[in-house]
Design a protein around this ligand. Structure first.
Ligand SMILES: Nc1ncnc2c1ncn2[C@@H]1O[C@H](COP(=O)(O)OP(=O)(O)OP(=O)(O)O)[C@@H](O)[C@H]1O
Ligand SMILES: [Mg+2]
Length: 272
């Protein structure tokens, strides 16, 4: 039937367009990161240069040791920044694998902490020890970055962000929550926030971030591709929380011996 052919053709076109949009969104987010990172690297370099000068000027042992320690710390910080950026830029692996979400959180925070200081945002990390999630770390980092930038933009004059990691043992799911004390989302807008191009922002802010209305659409796509979910709760004037639910990576089941007679002395389990 002609109609059937046309609609499957349309579906293909839409899928292709959506793929291109995702790519474009990623490039935009990377462009935003470049400006943040450049500043951050400048700060690190300033630290290194100043302590190197100090070490050359003051020749006593304790001062030189202190200068070298500061240089080492700054170098390590620079390395953390590049690791975060590279993880974001490179498709480390297209597939899903057991992923330590606490590490993803730390890698992502490195990219935004400078803006958090600038906008007076206090961070409360509640990272319980949880099993690894079955996820593409690269994509989850992108989702988290979108949520953190949105939260920051909802609090132009400061506030608090809570990042909480927890494990729902009954359902074997890992939850990652990002909660802010920002402006909140009115009930009539809430159903539309995951729509492509829905944005209440007039354009990029002074940090060059926000306004395309693609961030949350991407988050939803990524979570669906993971067989996971993204949930939102918001109270206008009080704040908003987004929760990502991901399947925990299955761990090998413990071997339980059930065939031995109850009264028999314990013997090591054997499959032969
Ligand atoms: N934490 C939040 N607090 C308040 N409103 C929010 C929050 N997160 C999202 N929103 C609302 O949802 C809308 C859509 O968010 P989304 O991230 O998809 O697009 P955006 O931030 O406007 O643009 P971008 O594509 O650059 O991210 C926002 O414009 C804002 O109105
Ligand atoms: Mg956004």
């Amino acid at each position: 039937m002609a109609g059937g052919t046309a609609s499957s053709h349309d579906a293909e076109k839409i899928a292709l367009l959506e793929q291109q949009l995702r790519q474009a969104q990623k490039l935009t987010a990377m462009g935003e990161l470049v400006s943040t990172t450049t500043h951050e690297f400048n700060n690190v370099l300033t630290t290194i240069i100043n302590y190197a000068k100090l070490g050359l000027r003051q020749r006593d042992e304790p001062t030189r040791t202190k200068a070298l320690e500061k240089i080492l710390a700054a170098g390590q910080r620079a390395a953390r920044i590049t690791t975060g950026i590279l993880g974001f830029a490179r498709n480390r692996s297209a597939g899903q694998e057991p992923t330590d979400l606490a590490r993803i959180v730390e890698d992502t925070l490195v990219l935004v902490e400078r803006d958090f200081v600038k906008y007076r945002i206090a961070l409360d990390k509640q990272l319980a020890s949880v099993p690894p999630a079955l996820a593409n770390g690269n994509q989850i980092q992108q989702v988290l970055l979108n949520l953190l930038i949105n939260a920051r933009q909802a609090m132009p004059s400061g506030g608090q962000i809570v990042i909480k990691l927890s494990h729902d043992a009954a359902q074997n799911l890992v939850d990652l929550m990002v909660r802010d004390t920002g402006c909140g989302i009115p009930a009539d807008k809430l159903p539309r926030i995951f729509d492509r191009f829905f944005s209440t922002k007039s354009g990029p802010d002074e940090s060059g971030q926000g306004g395309s209305g693609l961030g949350l659409a991407l988050c939803k796509d990524v979570m669906e591709a993971h067989g996971g979910r993204i949930r939102v709760e918001s109270t206008p004037g009080k704040g908003t929380s987004f929760t990502l639910r991901l399947p925990a990576a299955s761990v090998p089941a413990p071997v339980i011996l059930t065939t031995a007679p109850i009264a028999a002395p314990a013997v090591p389990a054997s499959s032969g």
